[in-house]
Design a binder for this molecule. Structure first.
Ligand SMILES: [Zn+2]
Length: 341
């Protein structure tokens, strides 16, 4: 391989740099000359990002939807089941002007202030190496809520995008919060051999995921309070609603204040069109796929009848809206943004 001589510009650059270096050596050191010492060259700062905390109300409850992440899952429709329906899913996405190359995955954290109590519903990925996720803590700071101020934490299920943020540096992120979850969810992860036999998800990461979750539950043990479907807390303002299938102890939550309510349906939908067009279309993260589909069908049938205001953990931020009937299935009607309470 031939080595080309450096182009003239490079040679000029080299000379210029050499002259500058020689001059710098001849000048007094800045500390003696009174000049400020230049900071060492640093990597460029990360791009500025908004706090993404959307404020709204549920009756007397002051609430926020905080974005913890907005990912583009590169497996795209490869994550969706049944596989035979992927061409139909693709056609449906195209008809609606949606992306088909990746699956967008939002992570929305609900925070609710009920008098002197502050509740949080799942905690996202946690701050880590990936700058595309783990935004919860900085957004909580922008709305003036210190982690110590949170009194009640609710865990819908123990996938990483929901539980990881509850632990920071081997300690509970919210040290003064009771952590509420269904007993069945905890029992599943602590069982000798958690059963993933019906799940279509990639099996490779499972041993690591089980180990990680057991360690997190151990750290959170002093804060844990275990529940059953239908349990109500905070004077009836928050109720555990059955949502099994995505995991064996997957729970939904209803928040109520006066005549108003919000149904937080967590991971009953991972996409804002696919699961609505056809509730049988499912992401392969489900542990119990048939039950997850049955849960979604029942939920959407109810919500499209009652028109109850709803909230989705994985729907486009801020994730508020309503489920309505459309064609042979349903549609997600996102709520318009409003800056007043
Ligand atoms: Zn999730």
């Amino acid at each position: 391989m031939l080595t080309a001589p450096p182009p003239p510009a490079s040679r000029r650059q080299f000379l210029t740099t050499s002259v500058a270096a020689a001059l710098a050596a001849a000048l007094p050191h800045p500390i003696f000359s009174g000049e400020p010492i230049a900071a060492p060259a640093a990597s460029p700062p990360p791009p500025t990002r908004n706090g993404f905390a959307y404020r709204f109300a549920i009756g007397e409850i002051e609430a926020w939807s905080i974005s913890d992440a907005n990912l583009a899952l590169k497996e795209g429709l490869g994550l969706m089941e049944p596989a035979a329906d992927r061409p139909a899913m693709r056609a449906d996405l195209l008809a609606r002007g949606e992306r088909t190359d990746v699956l967008p995955l939002y992570v929305n954290i609900l925070v609710a202030k009920l008098g002197s109590e502050i509740a949080i519903f799942d905690a996202g990925f946690g701050a880590g190496k990936n700058p595309e996720s783990g935004w919860l803590s900085s957004s909580l700071a922008t709305i003036g809520i210190a982690p110590e101020k949170i009194t009640h934490a609710f865990l819908s299920h123990a996938h990483g995008d929901h539980i990881n943020g509850f632990v920071t540096g081997n300690k509970p992120t919210f040290p003064n919060a009771a952590l509420h979850c269904l007993r069945d969810e905890l029992d599943f992860w602590r069982s000798p051999a958690p059963d993933f036999s019906r799940s279509l998800r990639a099996q490779g990461p499972l041993p690591g995921m089980i180990k990680s979750n057991r360690a997190k539950f151990d750290i959170l043990e002093p804060n844990l309070q275990l529940h059953r479907d239908g349990d109500a807390l905070l004077g009836g303002a928050v109720t555990f609603i059955p949502g099994r299938g995505h995991t064996v102890g997957h729970s939904l939550f209803r928040l109520r204040s006066g005549q108003e309510s919000l149904l937080h349906f967590m991971d009953a939908a991972h996409h804002h069109t696919l699961m609505f067009t056809n509730p049988s279309w499912a992401i392969n993260y489900d542990h119990e796929p048939a039950q997850a589909v049955a849960t979604r069908k029942k939920l959407f049938a109810e919500l499209s009848t009652t028109h109850e205001r709803s909230y989705g953990f994985h729907l486009p931020w801020p994730g508020l809206g309503r489920v309505a009937r459309a064609d042979a299935g349903y549609t997600w009607q996102p709520e318009r943004w409003s800056w007043g309470l």
